[in-house]
Design a binder for this molecule. Structure first.
Ligand code: ATP
Ligand code: MG
Length: 305
């Protein structure tokens, strides 16, 4: 461990890396290469803020957020987290067994509301399961907590007895949110949490996330393709390209005065507000096409606030 992190930040990520080995085909497999999915990223986030992580497909957004939450083990770097239980800890260095109590403080909301909920469990069991895993409540107490959380996310207590298939996509996303929030976490990673939803339903779920943020003082890491959503809900934005953060700053600066050529290209691909034009993901070319920015200054840009 190196120097102690600044105490004003809930999350202080330093030089985080996640490399995946690439093996040869054939009987004797040996490592021939590595994919630098996350390649030395650093940023800090204050409690109660929402950081948007944007960038095209394959830029490393999911890998970065999973490495931060220690859903996967980073290859290197530090992830300082302000824990209620353990104080300031480097999640990257923590042994697996020390992570379990911290799971209560950090939760994920997943992209696909159709595949992320176990179809054979009732909604009550799905939302209440974290309480069981962490031995926090049983019986009537657990049921009461689940009922309360379902109502907080805009569902009904009696929905507990139903199975996920009986709900719409937006409702399922609410179930996923209830499950994530039942242990009162402080940090939420939402990876494309509204991308699979219809636009009108998307707006409702975004409003819900904002209301819950206020009520529970949540800090969000919000991974998204959709820049208009990010612009609407994030205080800060990290732009990722080829495993690196190429630009980081307040939402206002990133959207109104972007400096990095990649950010400019990404923003120029925002879909037209014309409703007749189909919404497209924010793709501005092929990942790995090194010639895209030939002749441009690709030095990362970090804006001070
Ligand atoms: N488990 C893995 N093993 C090997 N390579 C991986 C693994 N997970 C991700 N990668 C690679 O790491 C890179 C970054 O992937 P990642 O899923 O983080 O991108 P992303 O920005 O989340 O993309 P998307 O917008 O499509 O979700 C890609 O090249 C991907 O193929
Ligand atoms: Mg992803």
């Amino acid at each position: 461990m190196t120097m102690k992190a600044d105490t004003a930040y809930m999350l202080d990520v330093r030089n985080l890396r996640k490399y995946f080995p690439v093996y040869s085909k054939g009987v004797i497999r040996r490592q021939v290469d590595e994919i630098r999915a996350v390649d030395d990223i650093s940023f800090r986030l204050k409690g109660g803020e929402t950081l948007g992580i944007v960038g095209e497909s394959g830029s490393g957004k999911t890998t970065a957020s999973r490495a931060i939450l220690r859903a996967i083990r980073p290859t290197g770097g530090e992830v300082w987290f302000e824990s209620d239980r353990l104080g300031r800890v480097d999640l990257a260095q923590l042994p697996d067994k020390a992570l379990k109590p911290l799971r209560q403080e950090m939760q994920m909301i997943f992209q696909d509301p159709f595949s992320s909920l176990n179809p054979r469990m009732t909604v009550g069991d799905i939302v209440g399961e974290p309480l069981q895993i962490h031995d926090l409540a049983t019986g009537a107490k657990r049921r009461d907590m689940v009922a309360e959380m379902l109502e907080k996310v805009g569902l009904l207590a009696r929905h507990m007895q139903r199975y996920p298939h009986a709900f719409s996509g937006g409702q399922r996303q609410r179930i996923g949110i209830a499950r994530a929030l039942i242990m009162r976490p402080k940090l939420i990673v939402a990876d494309e949490a509204v991308s699979a939803l219809d636009v009108s339903v998307q707006a409702q779920v975004i409003n819900l996330l904002q209301d819950l943020q206020e009520e529970f003082k949540l800090t969000y890491l919000f991974v998204a393709h959709d820049l208009s959503v990010v612009r609407h809900i994030c205080n800060r934005v990290a732009v990722m390209y080829l495993g690196k953060i190429v630009e980081f700053g307040s939402t206002e600066v990133i959207f109104n005065r972007p400096q990095h050529p990649y950010t400019k290209a990404l923003l120029s691909a925002i879909p037209s507000p014309d409703p007749d034009e189909p919404l497209r993901p924010q793709m501005v070319g092929e990942i790995g096409d090194a010639n895209r920015f030939a002749g441009h200054d690709m030095t990362p840009v970090f804006h001070e606030d």
